[in-house]
Design a protein around this ligand. Structure first.
Ligand code: ADP
Length: 254
């Protein structure tokens, strides 16, 4: 522990009392380590699409005088994809810093939760590789910021895809629990070790930060948790190694 002592003085300047605060150094070290990891991960994550964009532009430059070259449209698509990746990373960085300053703006309206879930993630539904099955109570209305809740569901679904390479099925389940609506995103991926669950929603946290074969900044779950907190809901995960994970959140029913 790091002990800090602050003197409390009386009117004549005499010390009357010392107040001590003890800070857990392990926690501080962990946070510092996460920040150090984050800087190297973030630089790497940004560098990859930027290098790829540069390569596409160099090739485009070489063939620019030949508009019939079949590589032309492919290179433009490739360049756009690289820019999209940078843009997603920048959005995460921006959202995380806004959330960290307590400035996350929520614009609540009455929305039908199941409709929102049915319509989100078209990128996954059309891919055809993954099956998303939506089930449960189909008529739940909540007061929420549709775009922000969309962001949380997309984040959970994208993680389920990213971290469960071998399983092609994700289930989304909606249910009413007392006066709350609960949404669960269930995957059959590798699961998460029990001792890692505690920090999962922390800023910058990644289960296997140094040796991870998956790209990411460790911000998605942090942003999701901040969004759900702003809605007076709860967020959590149940996971079993080798069996899969269920990420869930609740929102007050309208
Ligand atoms: P990122 O995916 O960018 O690392 P997140 O905040 O979205 O950041 O997730 C934090 C960590 O939680 C991930 O690095 C990963 O280790 C773990 N994780 C998230 N979702 C899943 C999942 N569905 N299955 C297994 N691990 C997961």
């Amino acid at each position: 522990h790091l002990i800090r002592l602050t003197p409390i003085k009386n009117d004549t300047g005499e010390v009357q009392l010392w107040i001590g605060t003890a800070t857990d150094i392990q926690e501080l070290k962990l946070l510092q380590q996460q920040k150090d990891d984050f800087i190297s991960i973030a630089s790497h994550e940004l560098k990859t699409p930027i290098t790829s964009l540069k390569a596409s532009l160099q090739l485009l430059n070489r063939i620019k005088d030949n508009p019939t070259n079949i590589m032309l449209p492919k290179l433009i698509v490739q360049a756009n994809k690289s820019l999209d990746k940078v843009s997603v990373l920048m959005d995460d960085l921006l959202n995380a810093s806004i959330a960290n300053e307590g400035q996350l703006h929520i614009n609540k309206k009455r929305i039908n939760l199941s409709e929102l879930i049915e319509e989100c993630c078209p990128h996954v539904r059309t891919e055809g590789i993954y099956t998303i099955i939506t089930e449960g109570d189909t008529d739940v209305e909540v007061y929420a910021d549709a775009a922000r809740i969309d962001q949380v569901v997309i984040n959970f679904v994208n993680n389920a895809i990213k971290y469960s390479a071998d399983s092609k099925e994700i289930r989304i389940f909606i249910e009413k629990v007392n006066d709350m609506a609960k949404v669960s995103i269930i995957d059959k991926g590798p699961g998460i070790p029990p001792d890692k669950l505690l920090h999962l929603f922390d800023r910058f946290y990644r289960v296997d930060s140094s040796g991870s074969q998956y790209s990411g900044l460790g911000l998605g779950l942090y942003i999701s948790a901040e969004i759900i907190k702003k809605h007076n809901g709860q967020i959590g995960v149940n996971s079993e190694l080798g069996k899969g994970s269920t990420f869930w959140f609740t929102l007050p029913i309208a």
